[in-house]
Design a protein around this ligand. Structure first.
Ligand SMILES: Nc1ncnc2c1ncn2[C@@H]1O[C@H](COP(=O)(O)OP(=O)(O)OP(=O)(O)O)[C@@H](O)[C@H]1O
Length: 235
């Protein structure tokens, strides 16, 4: 199947090939992947271990590059960019939420959220104001000065979400965002992602093993052995 409906999607993969060197051999992951995601879509990607989910997410994040084929996000051809250009692109156009939060333990919640803004030409006052606004948005007003170890898993993940969106990126990537959380905290995080999608119009791509998480998405794409085999859409 080819999950590409609109002719001009915000995220467009065409004929993407990707392999890894395994000694003298090649481990083929994708041999011609097609994908189109509209601006403002919330897409979940599910699939068994080894199906290529992380490989796809790393390419969408500009961490890794296809061997062949095109990968465009907005006006940017990531497949044609070198590493330095992709690093610069990441700082301005993409936010990522990790399974294990990836917060710096020696920084407070506010300082963790502030990190991506240090790359922007903003005054300290404007930076702090933006951080406080985003922490408020994710329900963490009053927790600014707490360290990650003083926060619950769900609260740490909300700091992770705040950090991912503080630069107002066009694309929000989530790598198993509920994988380390109990059901209650997971549901809170999913509600937050749903809010960002519905109210702020964020384009979200979320890799997940959690069927409850996938229910929050408009589209769920099922990946198997490097191919999309099925798509389900929210009613
Ligand atoms: N750096 C690497 N070197 C060699 N092979 C790799 C590398 N990264 C991934 N692979 C292989 O590529 C295939 C796809 O891996 P990938 O991590 O994308 O799958 P996944 O669907 O994310 O799996 P999981 O759900 O277990 O995280 C697997 O067979 C994996 O062993």
């Amino acid at each position: 199947m080819t999950p590409t409906s609109n002719p001009d999607p915000f995220v467009a993969l065409d004929g993407v090939q990707k392999s890894y060197a395994l000694g003298a051999k090649k481990m083929l992951v994708f041999t011609g992947l097609q994908l189109g995601i509209q601006r403002g879509d919330f897409v979940a990607i599910m699939g068994p271990s080894g199906s290529g989910k992380s490989t796809l997410l790393n390419m969408l994040a500009g961490i890794d590059r296809p061997d062949a084929g095109t990968l465009r996000i907005g006006a940017h051809r990531l497949d044609q960019m070198g590493e330095a250009a992709r690093t610069a692109w990441r700082a301005h156009h993409m936010g990522i939420v990790f399974q294990f939060y990836n917060l710096l333990p020696t920084l407070t919640a506010a300082e963790n959220v502030e990190l991506p803004l240090l790359l922007k030409p903003l005054s300290t006052k404007d930076r702090r104001a933006r951080v406080n606004k985003i922490l408020d948005l994710v329900g963490l007003a009053g927790r600014e000065k707490q360290y990650p170890a003083q926060l619950s898993g769900g609260q740490q993940q909300r700091v992770g979400i705040a950090r991912a969106i503080v630069s107002d990126p066009g694309l929000l990537l989530c790598d198993e965002p509920t994988g380390d959380l109990d059901r209650h905290s997971a549901d809170e995080v999913l509600q937050m992602l749903g809010f960002l999608h519905r109210e702020l119009g964020k384009t979200i791509v979320m890799v997940t093993h959690d069927p409850q998480a996938a229910l929050c998405a408009q589209r769920t794409l099922h990946l198997d052995k490097g191919q999309f085999i099925e798509e389900t859409r929210a009613a």
